[in-house]
Design a protein. Structure first.
Length: 278
């Protein structure tokens, strides 16, 4: 049988009682975002976005292109400001880039003249962390993602998947409380993407970081997440919030189960209802 999910409660911004044990690490409260344009009315990118992200949780965000997913991530990262509302991390307002937030983008953006180890150490250098301690942590994380033999390699010597692993390690080097990931595997081929999904799940199970993961792939969202946030077309609003009750660790074969299919069907129906799928 398919799992029973309180979808009505999710749409009201609530979560089933069993899922509410962990305290919220981050709160997004009534966030709007408007962009000024040269001619005509301002563009409303986000409208009244409110949700909580629990400590140690993986929250996937899906929605149609242009719905404001990346804008939301940039606001949460402190890289962009909201027009209204606020983001709180551990009760403190996010008003700019912070040491306790790590970000991974779709492109690895590694510096081509720096080795893997030196690319990973870049945030530690910018934040003036202890060099010896940072190097030890970097080597530990590089080993964690299976790249221990590549510390002295340069980006051009790595595959796309390996470069994204380096970008992930770089985002973790300063031990952030929150990890924000903006379609980090979107440019990879299907097989590499599946491998990276499994790799991210393995790293999460070892480190238990709080993760917000943006993706266009409904299957990827369900596979990785504890909850999935579904957004409407622009201006982006929350159309649905689903609790994913699938045991971990999840193998790729979970995608063939009726329970997994039920979640995918629900998300697709939500996108259809909001006009997110043509």
């Amino acid at each position: 049988m398919s799992p029973v999910v309180d979808f009505d409660a999710a749409r009201r911004g609530m979560t089933p009682p069993a899922a509410s044990a962990a305290p919220p690490l981050i709160r997004v409260e009534g966030v709007d975002k408007r962009y000024a344009v040269r001619q005509g009315e301002p563009v409303q990118a986000l409208s009244d976005i409110s949700f909580e992200l629990r400590d140690g949780e993986v929250l996937s965000v899906v929605g149609p292109s242009g719905c404001g997913k990346s804008t939301l991530l940039r606001i949460m990262a402190g890289l962009d400001g909201s027009s209204r509302g606020r983001v709180l991390l551990d009760g403190e307002r996010v008003a700019g880039p912070r040491r306790d937030i790590g970000v991974v983008f779709q492109q690895a953006t590694l510096l081509p003249w720096r080795t893997v180890l030196d690319n990973v150490l870049l945030p530690a250098q910018m934040q003036r962390l202890d060099r010896a301690a940072a190097t030890a942590r970097a080597r530990e994380l590089i080993e964690l993602v299976g790249l221990s033999g590549f510390t002295d390699k340069y980006p051009f010597e790595l595959s796309g998947g390996m470069q994204q692993r380096v970008a992930l390690v770089r985002a973790l080097i300063h031990d952030p409380a929150l990890l924000l990931m903006d379609e980090p595997f979107g440019a990879l081929d299907a097989m590499t993407r599946e491998q990276m999904n499994q790799e991210l799940q393995r790293i999460w199970m070892e480190r238990r970081k709080t993760v917000l993961f943006i993706t266009h792939s409904i299957g990827e969202a369900v596979f990785l997440a504890d909850r999935v946030l579904v957004m409407t077309p622009r201006p982006g609003r929350i159309a649905d919030m689903l609790e994913i009750d699938l045991p971990r660790p999840r193998g790729l074969d979970v995608m063939n189960t009726p329970a997994f299919g039920a979640y995918v069907k629900r998300i697709r129906a939500g996108l259809n209802a909001s006009g997110g799928i043509e």
